[in-house]
Design a protein around this ligand. Structure first.
Ligand SMILES: Cc1cc2nc3c(=O)[nH]c(=O)nc-3n(C[C@H](O)[C@H](O)[C@H](O)COP(=O)(O)O)c2cc1C
Length: 169
């Protein structure tokens, strides 16, 4: 059965709320094993056990948190084992123009270097114009997490799971 790991660093719970919603969305895909794991329970070796890896972070000074960078740096020890896996990123920030895209791209950059298949966050026709809050390169939300953010996160999770199903199902 294809598998997806969703994890994120989160100090005050906003990014974690998105992780849980992405997990809910991914679980709606039939025949998919989905683990939403606490960040401190995940090592680089764990990442190599999954077909899809969804990694999230708060935006810290326009970049992912140092803890997320540390995990990515540790993936040098599983180099070669992430080739061809599906990867995606999500972030939360305090401000609308707070560096969400640069932080997402920083995570995706590492995934691309590993030869992973990177999945973005397409604008879903189900969403109203007013519901769009970021997306494009990955899932992003700023300010307090809203029901719209959680809805978009569920759709993002389902989208990633559909891609994992196509590649590994
Ligand atoms: C050290 C630090 C740096 C931050 N830098 C930024 C930033 O550059 N841009 C921004 O919009 N928010 C910034 N924030 C706010 C966080 O990105 C935001 O509150 C985030 O949603 C917290 O996620 P969490 O609840 O998962 O910990 C920063 C917060 C901290 C603690």
């Amino acid at each position: 059965m294809p598998s997806i790991l969703i994890t994120c660093y989160s100090r005050t719970g906003k990014t974690k709320a998105l992780a849980d919603a992405i997990g809910r969305g991914a679980k709606t895909a039939p025949g998919m094993s989905v683990d939403v794991k606490s960040f401190n329970m995940v090592s680089a070796t764990d990442l190599a056990r999954y077909d899809g890896i969804v990694l999230g972070s708060p935006v810290y000074f326009g970049s992912p948190a140092a803890e997320v960078k540390e995990l990515l740096d540790d993936t040098t020890f599983v180099r070669g084992k992430l080739v061809g896996k599906v990867g995606a990123a999500f972030v939360t920030s305090g401000d609308r123009t707070g560096g969400k895209e640069t932080a997402i791209l920083s995570i995706l950059q590492a995934m691309l270097i590993h030869g992973m298949i990177v999945v973005g966050d397409p604008i879903n026709p189900e969403l109203e114009e007013t519901e769009h809050n970021g997306g494009h390169y990955g899932l992003a939300a700023d300010g307090p997490i809203t029901d719209d953010d959680l809805h978009q996160a569920e759709l993002f999770g389902k989208h990633i799971a559909d891609v994992v199903q196509k590649v590994f199902g």
